[in-house]
Ligand binder design. Structure first.
Ligand SMILES: N[C@@H](CCC[C@H](N)C(=O)O)C(=O)O
Length: 288
């Protein structure tokens, strides 16, 4: 039977470039090679590609697989999840959605026509959950060992897993961090067996943070939702901010709360649709 062409939605979550593909009629998953082809030859570049499939577990509305532009998989993507919520709730009276990803179950709520919140679940803070390569008693202050030549600002980081691994560095001035130089060095540091998303955070008040992010497998991005969540957790854990703050990224602002009631981290922010279309069925035949 001929595979169907599949609807895609080119979107962004405050500048984080997201391609959502509705695979519910495909009957088979997207391969990493197809994800790379979509980003490359097909010309639909993205930071993350989110595929929507039928739910795997009871009580969820969809399963979402997340690919980086190099074809690797990510366990979480906050900005992409808000875009998925826009796609699944458009034209529907529903204001609430539960999606499952490789990193856990995410709850989405509509706050406005293009504004959504995502409950990203609780952060995991044990060294083995990040994961780090070796035991660390205090994951809020980890020394970045064996990497010489970095300024003092980049010697100690806070490690947080928000479904995916994050290293958060607090700096005096986020704007002057040489992201393209230090980002890849830290992402690939042997301390991170699954590599890491790398954040540089400047505390601007008890309720505001300025942030720049080097994403694992995607590089410098205008925004990263899970990094904003990880940063708020790291900042509140250190007493630098309250548990609710505005995180300002180059692409815009996210409101992040680490809820005292259940320990979950909730993000709220905008989404934007750029265009939509159909992806040719032949792509589904590209092998892994
Ligand atoms: N942009 C995302 C997170 C991206 C995932 C990352 N590159 C990884 O490999 O973990 C977000 O908004 O959370």
């Amino acid at each position: 039977m001929k595979a169907p062409d599949l609807p895609y939605f080119k979107m962004n979550g405050i500048g984080n470039s997201i391609l959502v593909v509705d695979m519910r009629s495909a009957g088979r998953p997207l391969t990493p090679a197809a994800a790379r082809a979509i980003a490359g030859e097909v010309g639909l570049g993205f930071d993350q590609l989110m595929t929507i499939s039928a739910p795997l577990s009871g009580g969820t509305d969809a399963f979402v697989d997340i690919f980086n532009a190099d074809g690797s998989r990510a366990e979480a993507c906050g900005n992409g999840t808000r875009c998925v919520a826009w796609v699944l709730m458009r034209g529907s009276p529903s204001h609430h959605l539960v999606v499952e990803t490789a990193g856990g179950t995410l709850i989405c709520d509509r706050l406005g026509p293009t504004r959504f919140s995502v409950d990203m679940g609780p952060p995991r803070l044990a060294w083995s959950d990040i994961p780090l390569a070796e035991p660390e008693a205090d994951t809020a202050h980890v020394q970045l060992r064996h990497l010489s030549g970095l300024p003092d600002d980049f010697q100690t980081f806070s490690a947080v897993n928000m479904g995916n691994p994050h290293a958060v560095f607090f700096v005096q001035d986020a704007a002057t961090v040489p992201l393209a130089e230090v980002g890849p060095l830290i992402e690939h540091h042997p301390m991170f067996p699954k590599r890491a998303n790398v954040s540089f955070a400047e505390i601007t008040s008890r309720a505001s943070i300025r942030l720049r992010v080097w994403e694992r497998s995607a590089g410098a991005t205008l925004a990263c939702g899970s990094a904003a969540c990880a940063t708020l957790v790291a900042a509140a854990r250190d007493g630098l901010t309250e548990r609710r703050a505005t995180v300002s990224l180059p692409g815009g602002d996210l409101m992040i709360e680490w809820r005292p009631a259940d320990g979950h981290v909730v993000m709220a922010g905008d989404t934007q649709i750029e265009h939509e279309g159909l992806l040719p069925a032949v792509l589904w035949d590209i092998a892994a």
